[in-house]
Design a protein around this ligand. Structure first.
Ligand SMILES: Nc1ncnc2c1ncn2[C@@H]1O[C@H](COP(=O)(O)OP(=O)(O)OP(=O)(O)O)[C@@H](O)[C@H]1O
Length: 763
């Protein structure tokens, strides 16, 4: 790079920085002014006199309140805008831009120059000194090299001739490096980004987004965007950029509360929660499927990740789980719900003072009294309305009951005062006064009944759920799923028994909620516009269909790696097929990411050979040491080797994760390290926080995370005996960025047999 280029770019940078300073000062002044104005308006509320003596007065007061409110809202908006602007300016001051593009549009005489950064900045309305990375034109930075490049604008495709692509690294207002490239995003820049040490928090990839990733980020047409990508191919990174992109693209019409991300575990939420703020956006709603289910059924203990991972199913149960997770089963629930329009809905009495107030036969009569055209939801609403008005009607009858009389006699003075409230206490007769108090008491006492009606408590959902499960053999041919009638019956009884102690498997929870929603005619959360599901290979088709049903207005982005299916294992292959039938093929886009960025070439080459179909995974060319396999005869020797490894990683300032298969093993390693005075944190559950330093984590919680160095704990044949653990061991190995150590006590797992011995060192 010539010196004159540096001088030119530094001069431009100085100018931009100067203008950023001016804009920042101006915005700060504006902010001070609007907050003063706001304080003034708030103070002037005192001047709004509430006058209620005449109708005109009331109107006057209302108008002046309205005006005052309007002014406050306007001030609030300009305050918010100024605050946002200031935030962007401050961000830009630290790092104004990372790229420059020179391009010529067709028919234009001169080439244009634009600079791309985290946000846009203009000194006059049409003069942009920096373009937001999400602006349509910025796409050419990510999509191609020099020459003819196509990009999408809201009005359709555009072509430009790109003359120059320049990347910058800027520190403290000084241009540190300039790098001209003819590729999409230069490998050198990517290499720099990837060589750093990892953090407990994921960072944004805005400066080095790859072309394939850009497709994911900017897709707005698909109802289902499905991303299949190898471990470390940047699915999660790209999708977070996508959220930021969507919030920008639909600004004014979309807020972060309308975007939901389903993540594999709570730790992962912790890991990614800085990316959007770094990009100047607020975090979307993040939850796990488990939390989503729990939120709706707070009294039920839903099986945890650990229980799910450690349960050992026999073949019969495997088949039942497979069936319950299928789309066929999802459709069966809907079919069953349809039949409830004709009869068989289970009701419960609504009790009052220990006796049925509305008995179930009465409720059933109302419910099935409506004609056949009624849908389940309408039937329920009409029933509720009838019950509520019948409840109202019964207030009068109740006034003379003995319990009411007694209640009135036992009222204290304060209770009486509170019942009267602001009501003038002049009654024409004692009876009228009695009636007034009695009515209040009865209405209060009836409140639980009103709530029970409102909350559909007259429907016995639990019994209905059991009835559905029992009727399954009559509705479908279970032998197609290799399930015998007796096995099914036994599983239903198990579910019912567990349910009595308020426990449920995740599969059953989904069925239960879906059935409930169908009966109540719930139409899902229509406010949610985008739903992201990460690690979809661990979902069943049922769960995905249920999420689609629950967010009927949302566009879906699903990310997954079928090679990391550690819960659904082989079933994940059928998942794709089932997914295909859920969305309109015309509105489905599939993006495949094969290049993997997380690990060094050596680690990727090793990990991919663990897989049976790992060939299509391409390592990014970044070098490091080969993975090391060390095998020991005793636990003590393996433990000593672990401690040595941790010490050397700590000395090199690398974050280390010891990934054990189960929690029990994690506890054992934790005890060993404690005894040896080695600092480490054991992650026991998905609800724990991620912390810096050495961590010990069971395999099923390591999903989606990454570490400088990984120690795969005890990959012996005893621990990983069978093919079904292949994807698990791949998931563990692919968490490592720079260094991978595999330890085993006793013979090593045969899962390593297919790996070329040249790809790792044996100690
Ligand atoms: N374009 C990019 N520029 C810089 N870093 C990138 C890029 N793409 C991915 N990375 C980095 O690669 C690592 C892996 O990315 P990410 O976690 O998104 O992968 P993933 O596909 O979700 O992996 P997994 O399936 O294992 O969870 C992260 O550190 C991420 O920051």
């Amino acid at each position: 790079m010539t010196d004159s280029n540096y001088t030119f770019e530094q001069k431009y940078l100085d100018e931009v920085n100067e203008k950023l300073d001016i804009a920042q000062k101006k915005t700060e002044q504006e902010l001070a002014r609007t907050s003063n104005d706001r304080a003034d308006i708030e103070k002037s509320w005192g001047d709004v006199r509430i006058k209620t003596s005449t109708y005109e007065n009331i109107l006057d007061t209302a108008l002046s309140v309205r005006q005052q409110q309007q002014m406050l809202i306007e001030r609030q908006n300009s305050f918010q805008n100024a605050t946002n602007r200031l935030q962007t300016l401050k961000k830009l001051k630290v790092n104004p831009y990372f790229a420059r593009i020179d391009f010529q549009e067709k028919g234009e005489e001169k080439a244009e120059t634009i600079y791309i950064g985290l946000g846009s900045f203009s000194d006059t309305p049409d003069h942009f000194l920096i373009y937001d990375w999400r602006a349509p034109i910025s796409s050419i930075y990510y999509d191609g090299g020099l020459g003819n490049v196509e990009y999408m604008t809201p009005d359709g495709k555009q072509n430009v001739d790109v003359k120059l692509k320049r990347q910058f690294q800027i520190e403290d207002g000084v241009i540190v490096t300039i790098f001209d490239t003819d590729e999409a995003v230069g490998d050198q820049m990517l290499l720099d980004a990837l060589s750093g040490e990892s953090d407990t928090k994921m960072k944004s990839i805005v400066t080095t987004i790859q072309k394939e990733q850009n497709k994911i980020i900017r897709n707005t047409s698909a109802d289902l965007l499905f991303v299949q990508g190898a471990a470390g191919s940047g699915k999660t990174a790209a999708v977070l950029q996508r959220v930021a992109y969507l919030l920008y693209r639909y600004r004014g019409n979309l807020n972060s509360g309308q975007v939901v991300l389903f993540s594999p575990n709570q730790l992962f939420n912790d890991y990614i929660d800085q990316v959007l703020p770094e990009l100047g956006e607020q975090n979307m709603v993040q939850m796990t499927y488990y939390q989503y289910a729990m939120r709706r059924l707070p009294k039920i203990q839903v099986e945890t990740l650990q229980e799910r991972f450690e349960e050992h199913n026999d073949a019969a149960n495997e088949n039942i789980t497979r069936f319950k997770g299928s789309l066929a089963f999802f459709k069966l629930v809907a079919k069953y719900a349809q039949t409830l329009n004709k009869g068989n809905l289970r009701f419960k009495d609504i009790n009052f003072q220990g006796k049925p107030f509305f008995d179930k036969e009465h409720v059933a009569k109302i419910y099935y009294g409506y004609n056949e055209q009624y849908k389940l939801g309408q039937r329920l609403d009409a029933t509720k309305e009838r019950l509520a008005s019948s409840l109202n009607g019964r207030i009068g009858n109740e006034l003379k009951e003995k319990w009411v009389e007694e209640a009135i006699q036992n009222l204290t003075k304060t209770e009486i005062d509170s019942l009267f409230g602001d009501q003038p206490r002049e009654f024409a007769s004692e009876e009228k006064e009695y009636n007034f108090l009695a009515r209040k008491i009865v209405v209060n006492a009836f409140k639980p009944i009103a709530t029970a009606i409102h909350r559909n408590r007259f429907i016995n959902v639990n019994a209905q759920f059991a009835a559905f499960l029992r009727s399954v053999p009559k509705m479908t041919d279970l032998s197609k799923w290799d399930i015998s009638a007796t096995d099914w019956e036994a599983s239903v009884e198990r579910t019912v028994t567990e349910f009595k102690t308020k426990q449920m498997t995740l599969a059953d929870v989904s069925t239960y909620l879906y059935l409930y929603d169908l009966i109540t005619g719930k139409h899902g959360e229509r406010d949610i516009r985008f739903v992201f599901i990460d690690e979809i290979q661990d979902y069943s088709a049922f769960q995905l269909a249920f999420l689609k049903f629950s967010f009927p207005k949302a566009k879906f982005t699903m990310l997954g790696d079928l090679n990391q299916a550690i819960f659904t294992k082989e079933n994940s292959k059928t998942l794709l097929h089932e997914l295909g039938s859920m969305f309109d093929p015309e509105k489905t886009s599939v993006v495949q990411l094969t290049k993997t960025y997380r690990s060094t070439q050596q680690i990727t080459d090793f990990s991919k050979e663990l897989l049976v179909n790992g060939e299509q995974i391409i390592a990014f060319n970044r070098n490091g040491a080969k993975p090391v396999l060390a095998q020991f005869d005793t636990m003590a020797a393996m433990e000593a080797r672990l401690i040595k490894q941790i010490e050397s990683n700590n000395a090199a300032h690398e974050t280390t994760a010891i990934i054990t298969k189960s929690l029990a093993e994690g506890l054992a390693v934790d005890a060993v390290l404690k005894a040896a005075n080695v600092k480490a944190t054991l992650i026991r559950s998905e609800n724990q926080r991620l912390v810096p330093g050495v961590i010990i984590v069971p395999s099923y919680l390591a999903k989606g995370l990454e570490f400088d160095a990984v120690v795969a704990w005890d990959i012996s044949v005893t621990n990983y005996p069978s093919e079904s653990e292949r994807q698990l061991i791949y998931t563990i190995a692919s968490r490592a960025m720079h260094e991978l150590t595999l330890l085993a006590c006793g013979p090593v797992t045969p899962l390593l047999d297919r790996v070329n011995p040249d790809l790792y060192e044996v100690e």
